[in-house]
Design a binder for this molecule. Structure first.
Ligand SMILES: NC(=O)c1ccc[n+]([C@@H]2O[C@H](COP(=O)([O-])OP(=O)(O)OC[C@H]3O[C@@H](n4cnc5c(N)ncnc54)[C@H](OP(=O)(O)O)[C@@H]3O)[C@@H](O)[C@H]2O)c1
Length: 264
């Protein structure tokens, strides 16, 4: 039963499959990918050596874990297709944005469900993946966490925070990248060629994030270390704040959160 099927070998599915195939959690021939697109299947089979199928029903036979990795609008169709075939000992892991465990259990009432929310860092094994499940999944949660540890960092959260996790972690990639773009534009205005400005800004962003990640410090502590009294850094920082940097980021995060709570 140590077999896993991933339904949906698209952008995210491929990253998850790559992490699982590189790990020692499953033999590659015990990992099956199902997708409508034969091109996606050829790609994962050739690159990662996993099994592939275009038949959902056959692919979930005798597997313990089923990862749902299709678009939200495609989920109901997949659940309806598997509902009469799936057995109660099979665990569903849903990556699908905005669909609750309760909603999934309306169609497949007898299966344990784990929700996961990775981000696109997964393709570089640098995902932040938030994981949520009900009490009944306690025994299996550690294994699910190990699966997603193969594509980055994981955190177990309460399901009520899953929408917030989507904004902070998944949309967060776009938010940080927009700040990065602004830094590059500033660099170009000061005289750097765009590709030089990008090299400097990207490496500086990696350095800043790594300082906080590895030192475990609050960002403001690391800011203090580069802020000379009456110097150029504090001048720039204060001007950014006068222009509303922190306030606009918080307002943007909250606007995104309000929006996600209205999407169904
Ligand atoms: N991308 C991310 O970073 C990210 C992060 C967090 C969560 N998510 C969630 O992860 C899910 C997948 O996202 P994605 O970006 O990987 O989507 P995607 O690239 O569109 O991949 C989904 C794949 O599943 C296939 N598919 C759909 N219905 C199928 C069916 N009935 N049988 C077999 N294959 C089927 C699709 O084929 P067709 O294209 O032919 O329909 C497509 O190849 C979404 O629900 C998204 O909300 C994504």
């Amino acid at each position: 039963m140590n077999k896993i099927t991933i339904i949906g070998g698209g952008n995210l599915g491929k990253s998850i499959i790559s992490g699982l195939a590189d790990s020692d959690l499953f033999e590659t021939n015990n990992i099956t990918v199902v997708d409508k697109s034969k091109y996606n299947l050829i790609e994962v089979k050739e690159k990662l050596g996993v099994s592939t199928s275009q038949n959902i029903i056959e692919s979930i036979e005798a597997v313990k874990w089923i990862i749902l990795c299709v678009q939200p609008r495609q989920l109901n169709e997949v659940l309806k297709e598997i509902k009469d075939k799936i057995t109660p000992n099979q665990i569903l892991i849903s990556t699908v944005t905005g669909t609750s465990i309760e909603e999934i259990n309306v169609i497949v009432p007898n299966n344990k469900v784990v929700r996961v929310m990775p981000n696109t860092g997964a393709s570089k094994k640098l995902s932040m993946t938030c994981i949520a499940a009900n009490e009944d999944v306690k025994a299996e949660l550690e294994t699910v966490q190990k699966m997603f540890d193969t594509i980055g960092k994981t955190l177990i959260i309460e399901e009520r925070l899953m929408q917030a996790a989507t904004v902070l972690g998944a949309s967060g990639i776009a938010f940080f990248l927009r700040f990065l773009r602004a830094m590059i534009q500033g660099g170009i205005q000061m005289g750097f060629h765009p590709h030089e400005a990008q090299i400097i800004a990207v490496q500086t962003a990696i350095g800043a994030a790594t300082l906080v990640a590895e030192n475990g410090t609050h960002p403001e502590r690391e800011i203090d270390k580069v802020t000379t009294p009456q110097g150029c850094t504090i001048e720039g920082l204060n001007e950014m704040e006068h222009q509303g940097l922190s306030s606009s980021v918080i307002k943007g995060v909250m606007a995104s959160y309000e929006k996600i709570n209205t999407i169904k």
